[in-house]
Design a protein around this ligand. Sequence first.
Ligand code: ZN
Length: 132
Amino acid sequence: FLARLPMGEDLLDTVTQVFRDRRVSKASFSLIGAVSRAVLAYYDPVSREYRDREFQGPLEVVSCIGNVSEKEGEVFVHAHIVLGTQDFGCVGGHLRRGTRIFAAELHGIPVPGPIPVREFDEATGLALWSET
Ligand code: ZN
């Protein structure tokens, strides 16, 4: 499916809501558009913590891709994003809450079959799909 997302809303929350509304718990997606501000994270595997950084827009969404599965019984979106700046540079990382939509076009691709569930993985410190 294709969906246009509303200006001013939180990007991560809105993508999550679109999949919840459609009762889709297993999917991949891509998204392009622009944001007025962004919060990205980098996972430091040594400290096992996400480092967040805020970027002021306007920024172009060069590429945003992700997947949909379940975590703690809820639809869970995992997304990474590359943002283009005015001088044609790029920043990128793990998409965080706090990223504001200027314009966004979502292409959601539901995937049939059993739904992967995220569980804490001791080796990485991340919530990864259980190996089943
Ligand atoms: Zn990530």
